[in-house]
Design a protein around this ligand. Structure first.
Ligand SMILES: [Zn+2]
Length: 287
């Protein structure tokens, strides 16, 4: 028996203006009455916030598959990106989640952020997950979904979890990344990657006053993204070499080489997180 599938397409004028739309497909079930409108509104809103923060998405149409999860402990307990032509997103949601709870959850922003980079080799998953986790916080900050203080606290708390997990999962970061799923070493992998992008962002700032990761990533989409290799994972060295080229600096590759073999967790101070905050917000509200 095939799963009942309920298909809904929606297009918004603002999404059209920015060249992005979503096609939502329900699996396992049809949506409950409140979710008929709430889920498309949530996904629409998420795409809108993401595009406003990061620039146009690489694909015009984003297929999104939605599944219900019973007895979920979070509004969106699971999300993943499926690489293909085009890349698509799979989301598991709590069948009772309200629109405001869905909107406040980070998972959708995280998966949308993954669309801005190619599939990377497993041993480089710390870079892919670090970038998506870093950008999800930038999207939520710029979209007024979290406050300035939330931004700093979330990153601080994540880095603390990453540091704790590094004691549990010892070894080189690239090896732990390669076995992340078997080990369940998510916190070390994700947050080591976030630390990488905080360091990269600050170094970028010191070398190029008008550069930031978001601007580089937007330029990468148009100049350098190779869509022919969409189903093939790419080495991070190829991916990052474009950033060095765009920034006209040789900083990403040396930082990458230092991180991939590191056994410790990087130290990032609160002051550094506040500098990142100030990079993405005009108001200096956190001291
Ligand atoms: Zn991810």
């Amino acid at each position: 028996m095939h799963f009942a599938t309920w298909l809904l397409c929606f297009f918004s004028s603002s999404l059209f203006a920015l060249g992005s739309s979503a096609v939502i497909t329900w699996h396992n079930t049809s949506p409950t009455a409140p979710h008929v409108e709430a889920v498309p509104e949530w996904i629409h809103h998420g795409i809108d916030k993401t595009v406003s923060a990061l620039g146009e998405l690489p694909n015009n149409v984003i297929p999104v598959s939605v599944y219900y999860m019973k007895h979920a402990k979070e509004p969106v307990p699971w999300g993943e990106i499926l690489r293909g032509e085009p890349d698509s997103i799979k989301l598991y949601i709590d069948e009772h989640a309200s629109l405001s709870a869905l909107t406040a959850d980070w998972t959708l922003y995280h998966e949308l952020a993954h669309l801005y980079h190619p599939r990377l080799d497993n041993h480089d998953s710390w870079l892919a997950e670090g970038l998506a986790t870093y950008l999800q916080n930038v999207i939520m900050l710029k979209g007024d979904i979290i406050s300035n203080r939330d931004f700093v606290e979330r990153i601080k708390a994540g880095l603390e979890r990453g540091e704790l997990a590094t004691k549990q999962f010892a070894g080189q970061l690239s090896q732990i990344s390669n076995n992340m799923w078997q080990l369940k070493a998510y916190q070390r992998v994700y947050w080591s990657g976030v630390a990488f992008f905080i360091e990269a962002e600050l170094e970028l700032q010191s070398k190029c006053a008008d550069c930031n990761m978001v601007k580089l990533l937007a330029r990468y989409q148009t100049c350098c993204r190779d869509n022919k290799t969409i189903n093939v994972s790419q080495s991070a060295t190829v991916f990052l070499s474009y950033f060095d080229m765009l920034a006209e600096n040789n900083m990403f590759m040396p930082l990458y080489k230092r991180y991939k073999s590191r056994r410790d967790f990087p130290y990032i101070s609160e002051n550094q997180i506040i500098k990142i905050l100030n990079r993405y917000t005009k108001q200096v509200a956190v001291r």
